[in-house]
Design a protein around this ligand. Structure first.
Ligand code: CA
Length: 230
């Protein structure tokens, strides 16, 4: 469980992010303006601040700089709709640790945050944007998955599903959480789609099996799935 401060003025995005983070068991504070964010940050420590740069009152970079002063121990991840190199550079100079560009799926966003959370929890610096689980390497920057060195030819949703499971290895993830993260909130398709994608992922994992033990996706009846890593 981590303490998040979400700084986002867009109600739809904010609600989806808060729901997703809460569903994963985190404590989430939500500030809709720069002033509210600074007030919240003054009240208590946060592990991770997810900061939208485009705020209605203050400039996001200014907010970032002040948050960095108030919360020296927090990881600050900037969320920006502007894929502008200058914004990124200025944001990083203002003390952010990483940036994500909107639009971004919840599964990818959560996985990126998990890389930082692990850094918070272990107190170690993570130098690359990868989730490494034994032979399984999920590279969140290039969206590729390697198993014992071979790249798995995953389709987009298969990748996102594996990423979501790999973000919490050994942890039971509810079907609802998987569906809302990978297919986004408001997806009303058949939940059978989830099982079809799980079956496809298992085929990919087993196809590269050889003599080695590979990560296994375990079915938890009536609940969901769990990725077990040897
Ligand atoms: Ca905004």
């Amino acid at each position: 469980m981590a303490r998040f401060l979400l700084v986002e003025d867009d109600e739809t995005i904010g609600r989806a992010l808060r729901a997703s983070l809460t569903l994963h068991g985190h404590a989430v504070g939500w500030a809709r303006t720069g002033h509210d964010a600074l007030d919240d940050a003054a009240k208590g420590p946060f592990d991770l601040v997810l900061l939208d740069l485009g705020l209605p009152d203050l400039d996001g970079v200014t907010v970032c700089r002040r948050l960095r002063q108030q919360q020296p121990g927090a990881v600050i991840v900037v969320l920006t709709a502007r894929d502008d190199e200058m914004d990124v550079i200025v944001g990083l100079e203002a003390g952010s640790d990483d940036y994500l560009t909107k639009p971004i799926g919840l599964a990818e966003l959560y996985a990126r945050l998990c890389v930082h959370l692990r850094r918070v929890e272990s107190g170690r610096q993570v130098t690359s944007g990868s989730i490494v689980l034994g032979d399984l390497v999920v590279d969140v920057t290039s969206r590729t998955v390697r198993l014992a060195g071979s790249e798995l030819p995953l389709r987009a949703k298969e990748y996102e599903l594996l990423l979501r499971l790999a973000a919490d290895p050994g942890v039971a993830v509810a079907r609802e959480a998987l569906i809302s993260d990978v297919w986004d909130a408001g997806w009303f398709g058949s939940t059978k789609t989830l099982d079809v994608h799980i079956a496809a992922l298992r085929r990919h994992l087993v196809a590269r099996n050889g003599e080695r033990a590979v990560p296994a996706i375990v079915t938890l009846r009536g609940h969901g799935y769990r990725l077990d890593v040897p």
